[in-house]
Design a protein around this ligand. Structure first.
Ligand code: 6PG
Length: 228
């Protein structure tokens, strides 16, 4: 994960002078984000922009805050300018927050007609096959032109703000970080069966396939030819 981050940031900064990455929350990426901070000495952080894949509608110091986790595990350990970090506003009205985040994204990508093409999107996956804050049983495949939407309440009763599939699927490098035996069956349903009932299966980057970074337990039910 850290190597992929280093490669992708170098490629983007060399090619276009900046690197935009959207990071997910949850528990899985905490270690890998720390690893990125450790290799970070070779990254030109002034040219890196960090966005959120999704956010829970809680204060940043709430232990459930994705921004709070990313700040603790990565941002506090690297010399990235604060103007380069784009958290989601989590006070007031979730719908308004989603609109504001969408216009921030469109503004950042104004050069590409406001259509965000993130250089890297880091996703997690729940046992239920959700990714970002796109949960099973909702009509996500529809491309209604929105880049960001407010969804919820989730299982904890929280509103969430999330990037939509069209934004995720335009990412140049889209990768999943999945660990643990509990997700092994869901990994098969997504990687081998592309089960459309699972939002993670709907992540189909326009320039290729998503990359799955799995630990041995999460990959344990995959056919051997599917893993390297
Ligand atoms: C979130 C994440 C979510 C996460 C999965 C996996 O806000 O929680 O964006 O999509 O990636 O729920 O979470 P774990 O890494 O904690 O298993």
């Amino acid at each position: 994960m850290a190597d992929r981050f280093g490669e992708a940031s170098e490629r983007a900064i060399t090619g276009q002078g900046r690197f935009s990455v959207a990071l997910s929350g949850g528990k899985t990426p905490v270690g890998p984000y720390g690893e990125i901070a450790r290799i970070g000495r070779v990254i030109d952080w002034k040219k890196v922009h960090v966005f959120l894949v999704d956010e829970r509608f809680v204060p940043y110091d709430d232990e459930r805050s994705n921004y709070g986790m990313i700040k603790k595990s990565l941002l506090d350990s690297i010399p990235i300018p604060s103007a380069n970090v784009h958290p989601v506003a989590t006070e007031g009205d979730p719908l308004r927050s989603a609109e504001k985040y969408e216009s921030e994204l469109r503004g950042f990508f104004a050069g590409s007609r406001g259509v965000p093409v993130l250089d890297m999107v880091v996703l997690g996956m729940g046992e239920d096959g959700h990714t970002a804050s796109l949960f099973p049983g909702k009509p996500y495949s529809v491309d209604d032109g929105h880049l960001v939407r407010a969804v919820g309440p989730d299982k904890e009763g929280l509103s969430r703000i999330t990037l939509t599939l069209p934004v995720i699927n335009r990412g140049r490098l889209v990768l999943f970080l999945v660990t643990g035996a509990a997700k092994a069956r869901t990994v098969v349903r997504v990687v081998e069966e592309s089960d459309p009932a699972l939002p993670a299966s709907l992540v189909r980057p326009v320039d290729g396939k998503p990359l799955f970074l799995l630990d041995r337990e999460a990959a344990s039910m995959l056919r051997p030819d599917k893993t390297e």
